[in-house]
Design a protein around this ligand. Structure first.
Ligand code: DX5
Ligand code: ZN
Length: 248
């Protein structure tokens, strides 16, 4: 079953929304950090999460959109964090990956829309998660970019070939419509779509089932095709037998 990570980047009332997510069926709270360089705007809710650390129930999925994430790796590693993700576009990734691992925290690499998937290849042995950006990073509430599903498929193939257990997250523009195309994702990050809802659990469940439903539909279609092919083959064999019968 897909996991849902709720992004608080576009929240207007952080304390209230964090409480809402904590009481919801979400699996993670997605925290975005921006340094004003790698992405244009600057944001970091660390102080608030540090203050709330006794109350925060959901595990944190931290997305560092920074050129130099060292300080925030140390900070977030002391909270209830399951994943720390840095970007594949930054320098000295090996050093940062080693730092995250040292804390015993799962390592993620995020990839921007314009970065070719080959950039991930050298790191496959060292990571647990790939965040595929569905939008250009920096802001919540943007529209999902069309080519993202093709990129996810390429990444999925790459992971299968590597024989490693690497999860795929899709981040940006995930809503009730786009989630229908995201059957290869393991974790869906959604911010504005989930938080805008009156009942956030309804939206979380819809995202989960939309993506899972597609998998079942595809599986049923494949099974049907297989059955039809077997039927065709049997029919062809029968006609052959009949023809040879006649010939005799
Ligand atoms: C984009 C962030 C996303 C964003 C998702 O830079 O990394 O996590 O907040 O928000 P929505 O779901 O509104 O696109
Ligand atoms: Zn994010």
């Amino acid at each position: 079953m897909k996991k849902i990570s709720v992004s608080i980047l576009s929240s207007n009332n952080l304390v209230k929304d964090i409480q809402k997510i904590n009481l919801s069926k979400a699996d993670y709270i997605h925290i975005d950090v921006g340094d004003g360089r790698f992405v244009k705007n600057k944001f970091n809710p660390y102080k608030l999460f540090n203050k709330l650390s006794q109350e925060t129930i959901k595990r944190l999925d931290v997305h560092l959109m920074e050129n130099k994430p060292r300080k925030n790796i140390h900070r977030y590693a002391s909270l209830n964090t399951e994943y720390i993700t840095i970007h594949v576009e930054i320098e000295k990734k090996e050093k940062y990956i080693a730092m995250i691992k040292e804390y015993g925290i799962k390592v993620g690499l995020a990839i921007n829309p314009d970065t070719p998937v080959d950039a991930l290849e050298p790191y496959l042995n060292d990571i647990d998660l790939i965040i595929v950006m569905g939008v250009y990073p920096g802001y919540g509430g943007q529209t999902f970019l069309e080519d993202t599903d093709k990129k996810i498929l390429k990444i999925k193939n790459m992971i299968v070939k590597s024989k490693r257990d690497i999860k795929i997250t899709v981040d940006g523009g995930v809503n009730d419509e786009t989630s229908k195309r995201l059957d290869f994702a393991d974790i869906l990050v959604s911010g504005s779509y989930v938080l805008k809802g009156e009942n956030i659990d309804e939206r979380i469940e819809l995202l989960r089932t939309n993506a899972d439903k597609l998998k079942t539909t595809k599986r049923t279609a494949r099974r049907k095709m297989k059955e039809e092919n077997i039927e065709k083959k049997t029919r062809r064999k029968e006609t052959k037998v009949k023809l040879t019968d006649k010939e005799e």
